[in-house]
Structures are given as structure tokens and as C-alpha cells.
Design a protein around this ligand. Structure first.
Ligand SMILES: [Fe+2]
Ligand SMILES: [Fe+2]
Length: 252
């Protein structure tokens, strides 16, 4: 049965958490849709991350160390998938179909970046920028009003922090030579807009609803602006020129 009091208290912030599936059932349809949507997208993204590391990146390198890293990351992303799948399963949503859907045909996680990484430089930016963008969203979700999501995030974030740092190391090492720097600069033209697009469209109604229900802390546009402020100096310190924030973007 829907319960207006619980919804009002969550909106007002006087109730910090919707504790789990039982209280969730008493929340309004809008809250249901947002939580399920957010977790479906997140969970599919994690699964695709596992495939990226194992199917795309692993064959790309002949370094035994980098292959080992790919295997570890693949296992961790798969674990992140399982954590998301468990939250959805408790709400009656089965995610097994995602595993049965080939990487190229998955369509919840909107960015193409997870489907098409062709060079080792791009593999570096995948982590340094792509996973970093996801990392920032996950940080917001540690304060989610849905407690199972808030509980899930810290352990995922701990691992993602290492994923991002490794990507930064790949790009940093590359930028030490003139040739590598030029390669990185070229790849950045594709990856900067991809990273910025991760935050979604600026005028999204859904984005405002996420903030209203405390499922996100920032609107898409605000989160993107914070990411730019955080990340542009890191790129510049490696000698890279940050492309215009609106060039090559899919979602504005
Ligand atoms: Fe992950
Ligand atoms: Fe990751």
C-alpha cells in the first residue's frame, strides 16, 4: 500500500532512508521508476565493463602485467554487476537477460564508449575519463535515499578508484614522449565528449526528479560542470589540451 507519510518524509529529508524492499513498496510510482531505471542502467554498465576488460582490452596488449590487470578488473566489474543485480532482484526485477544480450546490442547504458575501444590510448582514457565519470556519479549515490544503493556504493567505489588511477598511469606514461602525447591528444578529441556525455542531457526532467528524491545529489549539468573542474587540470598537467566542452557531444 502506498504511504504518503513515508514519501513526504523522504522528500523533506526527515527520513534519511527507504530501508529496503518493504518500505520501497510503500513509495510512489515515480520513486519506483527512478530507482529501477537508475539501477538497470548502472548494472548493465557494470556488466559491459567486465566485457570491455576481458573481450576488448585483454587481447589488445601483449604485456603479461596488463593482461593480469584486465582479468582482475573483469572479475571486479562482474562483482559490481552482481551487486546491482541483487538489489534489482529484491525488487522483483531479473537482470539475467543482460548477460544473454551481446555487448553491442545492450541499450540501457547510453554511451557508445563501452562498445568501441580500439587502441591502448583509448583503453587508458576509458579508465582515466570514462570510469572517472562513473566514479563521480557513484559518489553521489553513496548518499542515496534508497539504503541498499547507499550500502552498495562504498565497496564499488574503492575498486573503481584503482581502475581510474591505472588509466591515468597509462595516459601519463604515454604523454612522456612527443609521439605518445600527440596520440593521446588525438584520442582525447573522442574521449572528452564521451566522458562529458556520461552525465546525460542538461535539461533532463528525470535528472531533476533524481535530485528531488535524493537518488542523486547533483543535476546532470551540475555534475558535468564539477567533473570538468576536477578533470581539466589533470589533463592539462600532462601537457594535453582540453577540447571545447561542447564539441562532438551527443547529449547537450
Ligand atoms: Fe564497476
Ligand atoms: Fe571499473
Amino acid at each position: 500500500m502506498k504511504d504518503q507519510t513515508i514519501a513526504d518524509d523522504v522528500l523533506a529529508g526527515t527520513k534519511q532512508f527507504v530501508q529496503g524492499p518493504e518500505e520501497f513498496a510503500r513509495m510512489p510510482a515515480e520513486y519506483h521508476d527512478l530507482v529501477v531505471r537508475q539501477m538497470m542502467v548502472h548494472t548493465e554498465g557494470e556488466l559491459s565493463g567486465a566485457d570491455d576488460y576481458l573481450d576488448l582490452f585483454y587481447p589488445m596488449t601483449n604485456s603479461a602485467y596488463e593482461k593480469k590487470v584486465c582479468c582482475e578488473r573483469g572479475a571486479e566489474e562482474m562483482d559490481h554487476y552482481r551487486k546491482g543485480a541483487a538489489i534489482l532482484s529484491a525488487l522483483g526485477h531479473d537482470t539475467a537477460f543482460m548477460i544473454d544480450t551481446p555487448l553491442q546490442e545492450r541499450n540501457l547504458y547510453a554511451t557508445e564508449a563501452v562498445k568501441n575501444v580500439e587502441t591502448w590510448v583509448e583503453r587508458g582514457f576509458f579508465s582515466f575519463l570514462g570510469e572517472a565519470a562513473v566514479f563521480e556519479v557513484l559518489k553521489e549515490m553513496t548518499e542515496s535515499s534508497y539504503k541498499p544503493i547507499a550500502d552498495m556504493c562504498p565497496s564499488v567505489i574503492e575498486e573503481e578508484r584503482v581502475h581510474v588511477a591505472h588509466g591515468k598511469r597509462i595516459i601519463r606514461d604515454l604523454c612522456r614522449t612527443e609521439k605518445g602525447l600527440a596520440e593521446a591528444q588525438h584520442a582525447l578529441l573522442r574521449w572528452w565528449p564521451v566522458a562529458l556525455d556520461t552525465f546525460g542531457t542538461s535539461n533532463s526532467k528525470r535528472s531533476a526528479a533524481y535530485v528531488k528524491w535524493r537518488l542523486r545529489k547533483f543535476s546532470n549539468e551540475e555534475a558535468r560542470r564539477r567533473f570538468i573542474e576536477l578533470t581539466a587540470p589533470k589533463l592539462q598537467s600532462l601537457g594535453l589540451e582540453v577540447p571545447g566542452h561542447e564539441s562532438n557531444r551527443k547529449f547537450l
